[in-house]
Design a protein around this ligand. Structure first.
Ligand code: GDP
Length: 141
């Protein structure tokens, strides 16, 4: 098992999977030097999406976000790299694709604040929580 600080959790969101961008996004992840420790295609129920985004429960966009995340399949991933949380957020870009830098995934594949192609943990603590929400220890290779 790698040091926890080298792991983060990512999602290729339903908009990007539906648009056929899964392969291109995985290529970017590989090119950026991440090692994939776990990956699977899932289709969350509304309840599973609500559990995952529980920290956002009070936010006005929570119903829209959880409906969207449970609307179609997505790809969940445990990614390894030095300073993985920051490295993955740098590759994702700003939450709003319109404000994301050139070369980021959200700039290339995101459409709006809601449909912004990818998710990434915002801290090592949340990365550990989010990885364990979707993967058992046996699924981390
Ligand atoms: P992130 O860490 O960059 O993903 O951003 P946040 O933690 O602030 O928000 C989590 C997710 O909620 C974002 O990735 C968006 O998909 C969604 N979100 C944030 N703000 C809005 C908003 O104003 N409208 C909608 N529809 N979704 C939002």
């Amino acid at each position: 098992m790698a040091e926890q600080g080298n792991l983060t959790f990512g999602i290729i969101k339903p908009d990007a999977v539906r648009a056929g961008n899964t392969g291109r996004i995985i290529q970017h992840i590989t090119d950026a030097g991440f090692r994939t420790r776990a990956m699977k295609l899932i289709h969350m129920t509304l309840e599973e999406a609500e559990g995952f985004y529980a920290v956002h429960r009070e936010r006005p966009f929570f119903p829209e976000l959880t409906r969207f995340m449970s609307s179609a399949p997505c790809v969940v991933m445990a990614l390894e790299k030095d300073n993985a949380v920051k490295a993955w957020r740098d590759l994702m870009g700003a939450t709003d694709p319109a404000k994301a830098d050139d070369g980021t995934l959200r700039k290339e594949f995101g459409a709006s604040m809601g449909e912004n192609a990818v998710h990434g943990s915002d801290s090592e603590e949340n990365a550990a929580i989010e990885i364990s929400y979707f993967f058992s220890r046996l699924e981390l290779v």
